[in-house]
Design a protein around this ligand. Structure first.
Ligand SMILES: [Zn+2]
Length: 338
């Protein structure tokens, strides 16, 4: 088969790789229906995160089970399944309390930009849909594998409640789906921070009530202005830079919460400054598996349409253009079809 391999900065190739097979009895092999490019794939693509050797790419996936190992019980060939970018047993104490992305046996699933994928710990990782979905549902379901699950976690970690006033830092796909999540959780006022027209439009469609175009200290000042001078109850940090993290912390009212899901690059916090903010910080790699049953249900019943974040669809062999379009911000998120 052929799949995506990152060689170095801005060098993604679509090339011959070994077709995955069942290695352990707990594995499943799935035929990918759709995969996509993640904002976090852009860190190594841009050379901000070094690439030591040619690296297969992709960690967002859904598709049809082709084969399962002898120990797999809950997943069968022919089922349409979605899994997280971290495989988890879903039985250890950490999984039991809902942090499957820190499972004691977690394994990263990182070769999904390909037609066939091996998923370890299939019983704990994969969640089947009620039936094989129609084609138009596939983009919505694909988002649950990471980007929607991560936006949802940002809102969950920031303790969004009915009636909350929230702000979202970052207008990438995760930030936009953080808005959708907060709306679904009953937030009353949702302030999106974005200076891009097309992204503002989607933000409003997903439930944003206000748009702030300013960044850094000016952005914080605008949030304060909009919240009677105190800041938002909950702020979703969906970027991962020093500026975005400080913007999030400073936009939160005392006693409020920041849910941070942008993979941090060079973020350093000053303990004393943090001490006097009275802000809760919670985040990390989203435990997507915890949310999958609920989110599948919401998509299946037409309550949410997170697949709207895909504004570019390409055949998988044009994966390099998919990265390039996102890097140049010509696309919010690229969907790839094998
Ligand atoms: Zn576990």
């Amino acid at each position: 088969m052929r799949g995506a391999v990152l060689y170095g900065p801005r060098d993604v190739r679509f090339e011959e790789r070994e077709t995955p097979k069942v290695i352990k009895p707990t594995d499943a092999i799935i035929r990918i229906s759709a995969t996509c490019v993640c904002g976090s794939d852009l860190w190594p693509y841009r050379g901000i995160q070094p690439v030591a050797q040619p690296t297969p790419m992709g960690h967002e996936y859904c598709g049809i089970v082709e084969e399962v190992g002898s120990a797999v019980k809950s997943v069968k060939p022919g089922q349409f399944v979605i899994g997280s970018f971290f495989a988890s047993d879903n039985t250890c104490p950490i999984c039991q309390i809902g942090y499957q992305s820190s499972c004691q046996h977690a394994e990263f699933v990182g070769t999904a930009q390909a037609p066939v994928l091996r998923v370890p710990l299939a019983d704990g990782t994969l969640v089947p849909t009620p039936e094989v979905p129609s084609q138009d549902l596939v983009p919505n379901l694909l988002t649950l594998s990471d980007v929607m699950g991560t936006g949802w976690f940002a809102a969950d970690a920031a303790n969004v409640r009915p009636g909350s006033t929230i702000a979202v830092v970052g207008d990438g796909a995760v930030g936009l789906l953080g808005i959708l999540s907060a709306k679904q959780m009953g937030a009353e006022r949702i302030i999106a921070m974005s200076s891009h027209k097309s992204r503002q439009k989607l933000a409003l469609e997903f439930g944003a009530t206000d748009i702030v175009t300013e960044r850094a200290d000016e952005g914080v000042a605008r949030i304060k202005q909009l919240t009677n001078g105190i800041g938002a109850d909950a702020v979703l940090e969906c970027v991962g830079t020093q500026e975005s993290m400080m913007q999030a912390i400073h936009s939160t009212r005392p006693g409020g919460s920041v849910g941070y899901v942008g993979v941090p690059h060079g973020v350093e916090l000053n303990g004393e400054e943090l001490f006097y903010t009275h802000v809760h910080l919670h985040g990390g790699p989203a435990p997507v598996r915890r949310f999958l049953p609920e989110l599948i249900d919401l998509v299946w019943n037409g309550k949410i349409n997170p697949g709207k974040v895909f504004d570019l669809t390409l055949p998988l062999d044009q994966v390099a253009e998919g990265y390039c379009a996102m890097d140049e911000r010509r696309a919010i998120k690229t969907l790839l079809r094998p």
